[in-house]
Structures are given as structure tokens and as C-alpha cells.
Design a protein around this ligand. Structure first.
Ligand code: AMP
Ligand code: MN
Ligand code: MN
Ligand code: MN
Length: 287
């Protein structure tokens, strides 16, 4: 890939730790030509950067939708929407209303576990951003209840853990439709992070394609490993006519996250990269 691209990045508008301006500085430092701010269920971080201007870096409107699929939760990255599209902000407002509701219920569960004031604590950490489990995890670390955010997810916040609350997110096909109605493309985020069997994951990608989904985020296979999985995934994408996207899913500068621009550089052949519609031809992938 000749140009540097990162189409999955978080800011303090959701659960990232850098402000939009701080993120832009880091993105520019890493030589990225095309970026998308994709905060969870909000465009606030994108809007702030768009208003500021991003200089040499081309900025795409982005979002990471939370959605329901087969009793679990999956994420869909929407890219290149028109931020002024009618209905888009109303849809986001509806999605946003679900988060404080879930937060209150999580705090009630945590209180039953003997952890007081979690709603106030997590809200203070979210500081007006799209409140989520990461803010609770940081609060639990702050209180000394757990040693790490990872432990907070394992013991309290993760799927099936003591304070986990199932959220009535919209269905997969709905978030795809919202994205496309606003002129964007719908990308299934981090397919290998759902801890699904191959059969389940194949089912998810088939349904995603059937619902009109456009592309799948191509994972950063460490040092080109898991060749067999790479071949399998590429075959899935080709058979469903899905394109691909890349993104670091950067949330902050601690060791758990890849830095902006740390995305797969070698991409499977014969699969359309979503960014070919936004980058000039010489920036298109050439694996
Ligand atoms: P939410 O959107 O509020 O359900 O939170 C989901 C977010 O939690 C993901 O986007 C990650 O940023 C974060 N997350 C998920 N699992 C873990 C984990 N084990 N440790 C730390 N952060 C996690
Ligand atoms: Mn997150
Ligand atoms: Mn995600
Ligand atoms: Mn993400």
C-alpha cells in the first residue's frame, strides 16, 4: 500500500484518550494521508476536526455503530457519510440515548457488587463524551477495585460478567441502511475480535453482505502470521463480493492499542479497497 491510511480511530468524543486535535497531530506525525474519525455512536469528534480543518490530512466522516447480531454485539464502521444528511443526526441521537440508559443499569449492578458511585465516576471520566464501558473500566481502576481495564472487563463489564448489561442496540441491517442512506459505506469492524467460530463468522459475513454491507476491516495479522486464516478470510470476502478497509482502532497511547497508521500493509489481491473512491489513483493499494 503506497499511501498511509487509517479508517478506524477514536477520540475523547467516545472512549479514546486523545482529543480530536491531539489525534490529528499524532496522525500527521505518522504520515497518514487519509483518516476517518470513527467514535462509538457519535460524530462529535469528527465534527470538531472538520470545523478546525486538517491541513494535509484528508478527513473522512466516520462512526462506529454498535449493533445486535445473533444475540451478541458487533460493530459496523460507517465511512464517508454526508454529515448533513437528513435523518443521520436524529438516528445518532436515538443511538446516543441508549448509552446513559445502559450506564445507569451497569452502575446499579456495580452497586450490588459493593462498588458505589460508578455512574458519577464514569460520567466524570467520559466528560460529556459518548459514555461506554471503558469509562466504567477506568473508574474501577481509579478506585482500586481492579488493577487494569482488562481485569475490569473480565470481572465486571465483559459479556456475561457480573455487571454486564445487554443493550438493545439496533439490528445489523439497520445500521447498514442508516450509513448508506447518508451516502456512506458500511464496514464490518475487526472481524477476528468477536471470538466467533469460523462457521459463525462466515454466517455473520454472509448476513452482512446480504443486508447490503460493503466491506470488512482487514486485520493486522502480526508479522503476516495466520496465513491459513488470511486465505480463508480473503476467500469469504471474494465469495460475498465484499470490499476491504483498514484501521488501527486506535484509542490511546498505552500499550494495548496500535498507533495510528499501524494497519495491514500487504492486502489480498482481487478485493476492492473502500478508499479507492476517496484517494487519488496513485494512493490506491498496490500489494
Ligand atoms: P461499549 O461500546 O461501551 O460497549 O464498549 C466497547 C469498547 O470497550 C470497545 O470499543 C473497546 O474500546 C473496549 N473494550 C472491549 N473489551 C475490552 C477489554 N477486554 N479491555 C479493555 N477494553 C475493552
Ligand atoms: Mn472503544
Ligand atoms: Mn469496535
Ligand atoms: Mn473502534
Amino acid at each position: 500500500m503506497s499511501a498511509r491510511i487509517d479508517l478506524h480511530l477514536h477520540t475523547t468524543a467516545s472512549d479514546g484518550t486523545l482529543s480530536p486535535a491531539e489525534l490529528l497531530a499524532l496522525v500527521a506525525e505518522n504520515g497518514i494521508a487519509l483518516m476517518a474519525v470513527t467514535d462509538h455512536d457519535t460524530l462529535a469528534g469528527y465534527r470538531e476536526l472538520a470545523a478546525m480543518g486538517t491541513g494535509q490530512v484528508q478527513l473522512l466522516c466516520g462512526i462506529e455503530w454498535s449493533a445486535r447480531w445473533s444475540g451478541g454485539e458487533v460493530h459496523v464502521v460507517g465511512l464517508g457519510m454526508d454529515p448533513q444528511a437528513p435523518a443521520l443526526q436524529a438516528t445518532i441521537d436515538r443511538q446516543q440515548a441508549l448509552r446513559p440508559e445502559r450506564a445507569s443499569r451497569m452502575a446499579e449492578r456495580l452497586a450490588k457488587c459493593g462498588i458505589a458511585d460508578a455512574l458519577a465516576g464514569a460520567s466524570a471520566i467520559a466528560a460529556g463524551g459518548s459514555i461506554g464501558r471503558v469509562h466504567f473500566a477506568r473508574y474501577l481502576v481509579q478506585c482500586g477495585v481492579v488493577h487494569s481495564e482488562d481485569e475490569a472487563f473480565r470481572r465486571y463489564l465483559g459479556d456475561g460478567a457480573r455487571a454486564h448489561v445487554r443493550c438493545e442496540w439496533p439490528m445489523l441491517d439497520e445500521v447498514i441502511a442508516w450509513t448508506q442512506a447518508a451516502g456512506g459505506v458500511a464496514v464490518l469492524a475487526h472481524p477476528m475480535k468477536y471470538r466467533l467460530t469460523r462457521t459463525k463468522l462466515a454466517g455473520l459475513m454472509a448476513e452482512f453482505a446480504e443486508a447490503g454491507g460493503d466491506a470488512v476491516e482487514w486485520p493486522l495479522f502480526p508479522a503476516g502470521q495466520q496465513k491459513d486464516t488470511q486465505r480463508w478470510l480473503a476467500k469469504q470476502l471474494r465469495s460475498h463480493g465484499l470490499g476491504l478497509s483498514v484501521g488501527s482502532d486506535f484509542h490511546g497511547q498505552d500499550s494495548r492499542w496500535n498507533r495510528p497508521g499501524k494497519v495491514a500493509q500487504v492486502l489480498p489481491e482481487g478485493i476492492e479497497p473502500v478508499w479507492s473512491r476517496w484517494l487519488p489513483v496513485d494512493g490506491v493499494a498496490s500489494p
